[in-house]
Design a protein around this ligand. Structure first.
Ligand SMILES: [Zn+2]
Length: 303
């Protein structure tokens, strides 16, 4: 997700707000590790934020990846860096994995790249008070990556990763994916197929929420061609109804038959019809020419 305003963070390890009496002894140990490691986690975050990793700076993205790779090696994960073919101009991805068959198989997803390219004026991690920092790509999403790492480190320190299958996938091209997707997302999809549950650590709806589903969006365009003829012939077998009537008929069917599908919305935003139309895709502006005594030859709608 592109977030041009990237404000961070305290690391979301708010252990003080968790009521300790409801926790098991194992959970209490995990909290202890997390608290003990919190200063280190923040300096780790500072270190990776201060390496520029705009998507179009593949060397920087890989450098950030290497810092995480070492850190995952240190908590006994098997790590690998997957390069993308040079013509794709993307850094590649970091994978880290523990193998076993105890519990659910987890896939933890992050990304190493940010929207702040090397020429952005916003490049440095800066604490603004004792719990909040401003950092380029800190919220989106080096902070999330650091949470993944230090959550797993706390489990590892307490011997809780033994025989568990956990895959960490940090892609290097989330903000602007390498094409084709069949190559740039191949390894992530394969990791997902080996997992029961996938969790993304990019914050999207606030620190206290997990998002279980999101709507996607796409665009559509309908173009109709009719026969240009004198309007006295409209509706005849030879001429037909013309492009404007036909486009209206299709839109009306769309409205009547598709409307009401759960979670689905669709919206025609601009429409042109006549003898000639000209719709500029870039500006979403256009013009049309037609006469009331000529059957419309062309019509277009975008939604
Ligand atoms: Zn993101």
């Amino acid at each position: 997700m592109k977030k041009f305003i990237s404000l961070l963070i305290l690391l979301a390890f708010c252990s003080t707000s968790i009521s300790a009496q409801n926790l098991s002894s194992k959970e209490k140990k995990i909290i202890k590790s997390i608290e003990a490691n919190n200063p280190e986690a923040i300096s780790f975050l500072k270190k990776v934020v201060n390496i520029n990793s705009g998507t179009m700076n593949p060397e920087g993205v890989k450098e950030v990846g290497m810092v995480f790779k070492d850190a995952f090696n240190n908590i006994d994960f098997q790590t690998s860096w997957i390069d993308m073919p040079p013509e794709m101009n993307r850094a590649g991805h970091l994978f880290a994995e523990t193998s076993g068959n105890k519990g659910k198989k987890l896939l933890l997803i992050g990304h190493l790249d940010t929207v702040f390219e090397a020429d952005s004026p916003f490049q440095e991690f800066k604490m603004v008070n004792e719990s909040i920092a401003h950092a380029p790509g800190g919220n989106d999403m080096k902070g999330g990556n650091v949470i993944v790492l230090y959550a797993l480190k706390a489990l590892q320190e307490n011997g809780l990763l033994k025989n568990a299958q956990i895959i960490v996938a940090f892609t290097g091209d989330e903000e602007s994916t390498g094409k084709p997707l069949t190559i740039s997302r191949k390894d992530l999809i394969e990791a997902a197929k080996r997992s029961d549950i996938a969790l993304g650590f990019e914050n999207s709806t606030g620190f206290n929420y997990a998002t279980v589903a999101r709507r996607g969006a796409s665009g559509w365009k309908l173009e109709v061609e009719g026969k240009r003829a004198h309007s006295s012939g409209v509706f005849s077998d030879r001429v037909g109804a013309g492009a404007i009537f036909e486009l209206s008929r299709i839109l009306n069917e769309f409205y009547n038959k598709v409307k009401g599908e759960e979670y689905l919305t669709f919206n025609p935003g601009v429409i042109l019809g006549g003898t000639f139309v000209n719709l500029d895709e870039m500006t979403s502006k256009g013009d049309a020419f037609g006469k009331s005594n000529v059957v419309a030859q062309t019509a277009v709608v975008k939604g």
